[in-house]
Design a protein around this ligand. Sequence first.
Ligand code: E4P
Length: 213
Amino acid sequence: MKLFLDSALIDEVREAAGWGIVDGVTTNPSLIKKSGRDFKEVINEICEVLSNGAISAEVLSEDAEGMLKEAREFASWKPNIVIKIPMTDEGLKAVKVLSEEGIHTNVTLMFSANQALLAAKAGATYVSPFVGRLDDNGQDGMQLISDIVQMYMNYGFDTEIIVASVRHPMHVHESAMLGAHVATVPFGILEKMFGHPLTDSGIEKFMKDAGVR
Ligand code: E4P
């Protein structure tokens, strides 16, 4: 299973890259705004820090022609850029063309299994179902992941599922149990995944017994 960092903060990207467990980064317009930096500059810097990772950069156009123009420009910046495209009819038109051009795509703002079916048929490299926002809306986000995993297995689609809008470590655990390909995780949640109180108390006792503390 791959883990992506859901962030546009370069310090977080550097720190997480240093842990050696991050396979990519997802950004969105809100995360770019939070970084307070220029979009192109921050995307290029993230691509350099994680040169073997898949780095998602989101288009802002709402029509296929505009999306294609942006996508081709972003793809020319660095070879590891993935074009993030919203789940609309115009978005899927653009995904189809980009997949034929060999440009990787991540279809975002996905909230139903039928949307995932259409995106896979259009040739999306990744789809991003938003589990946290579904949970917030009183729906079961992880059930959607289970449905998409089953649907893609039934037909052998190559599209990879990125579990997005992750709110807590159990979302990551459940994603792995369901066989999702990727979870994109905010920095604070990745940090929480390292810890367990029994690890801490175990280290404390070993250190005391060894006379280190
Ligand atoms: C990642 O691709 C998504 O843009 C992100 O996970 C959305 O998370 P949020 O629902 O916490 O904004």
